[in-house]
Design a protein around this ligand. Structure first.
Ligand SMILES: Nc1ncnc2c1ncn2[C@@H]1O[C@H](COP(=O)(O)OP(=O)(O)O)[C@@H](O)[C@H]1O
Ligand SMILES: [Mg+2]
Length: 112
């Protein structure tokens, strides 16, 4: 199952995402938590130590994804390596076994 959480800033997206992720992982589900916020703080909300948060490396789209065109001309994204490898290389494992990846983040002032 994939759950995407989006909406207005300050509405509680990160809080509820982190709580749901840990709750489900604690029940034995395999949970991958992907932070796609330009100001990422899901890892901290999940309870990762500062050391683990520092270990997280932002995933650059082209490093793990490839765009392919379908027969009807639509663009689709595919992972270019096994997801476990992506987690090992860029992510971290937090409390309750939640696996975390940070997909975005500011590149710098005026850089988008
Ligand atoms: N159910 C809630 N009741 C009260 N405060 C909350 C609740 N959910 C989140 N908050 C607080 O509101 C603020 C914004 O929450 P956050 O999860 O960071 O929002 P978002 O990720 O949508 O920007 C935080 O300070 C958080 O602790
Ligand atoms: Mg947030």
């Amino acid at each position: 199952m994939r759950i995407a959480v989006a909406g207005k800033g300050g509405a509680g997206k990160t809080t509820i995402s982190a709580t749901a992720a840990r709750h489900l992982a604690g029940k034995g589900f395999r949970v991958n938590a992907l932070d796609d916020d330009p100001n990422p703080n899901l890892a901290a909300a999940l309870g990762l130590s500062e050391k683990l948060v520092e270990k997280l490396r932002r995933v650059e789209r082209d490093e793990i994804l490839e765009e392919r065109e379908t027969e009807d001309g639509a663009a689709e994204l595919y992972l270019t390596r096994p997801f476990d490898e992506v987690i090992d290389g860029y992510g971290a494992v937090g409390p309750d076994g939640v696996r975390v990846l940070t997909m975005t983040g500011l590149l710098g002032a005026g850089k988008g």
